[in-house]
Ligand binder design. Structure first.
Ligand SMILES: Cc1cc2nc3c(=O)[nH]c(=O)nc-3n(C[C@H](O)[C@H](O)[C@H](O)COP(=O)(O)O)c2cc1C
Length: 197
């Protein structure tokens, strides 16, 4: 059986980052459950190049590598810090550059971190509509964390960890249903037909 490719994206612009710790922690649990490969994408490592790229064709190798990894993922973890009540601009820009159909049918775990509880529903009113529009199958359980849920570079709050486990189970149920593989196979077929015409 093919190895499950798990890709996490953290939209934080800084390091160290709570969003990156959260994304990695979800990714590690997915990898542990599947024996799959984990690739971690931190927007902070290429934020200037990403901001400068108006089209994917003009983007740097690192940005194009990130978009290709996201498109090839079997399970995606999408995590952003809350900036002014929504996802971060660079995080959104990365997904603006990705081919429209690339996420169709893919299981997506949604996560966000914020400075307080005020914006905990950002995952529902900002992240979920974006990833639904992109055709992703978002796990019903979304994850939100703030500073107090971490100890150093570890996510420690048991209530948040329980939500992570639930979201991981949900995403893997979607993955095992094979919806993403079917959607991607028909996408590849469509692209091949279009380019041969
Ligand atoms: C420009 C800016 C805007 C922010 N806006 C909000 C906000 O609207 N709501 C909120 O809860 N936190 C807000 N924060 C706090 C961050 O979301 C929070 O510190 C986050 O966990 C940072 O993630 P990081 O450690 O991964 O960079 C903002 C921070 C910055 C820098």
């Amino acid at each position: 059986m093919a190895t499950t490719r798990i890709v996490t994206v953290s939209g934080s612009l800084w390091s160290p980052s709570k969003t990156s710790i959260l994304a990695r922690s979800i990714g590690q649990r997915l990898a542990l459950s599947t024996g799959g490969e984990l690739e971690v994408i931190d927007v902070a490592t290429f934020s200037a190049e990403l901001g400068a790229a108006l089209r994917l064709a003009d983007a740097s190798v690192r940005v194009r590598h990130a978009t290709a990894a996201i498109a090839a993922a079997d399970v995606l973890v999408a995590a952003s810090p809350v900036f002014r009540g929504s996802f971060g601009g660079h995080f959104k820009h990365l997904f603006d550059l990705i081919e429209l159909d690339a996420l169709r049918g893919k299981p997506v775990v949604l996560a966000a971190t914020g400075g307080g509880d005020k914006h905990c529903l950002v995952v529902e009113h900002a992240l979920r509509p974006l990833f639904s529009f992109l055709g992703g199958f978002t796990a019903p359980t979304a994850i939100y964390a703030t500073e107090r849920d971490f100890l150093g570079d570890e996510l420690t709050n048991p209530a948040v960890l329980e939500r992570v486990d639930t979201a991981v189970r949900e995403a893997l149920a979607i993955h095992r249903a094979g919806i993403g593989a079917q959607a991607q196979a028909s996408r590849v077929e469509r692209v091949a037909t279009t380019s041969s015409n």
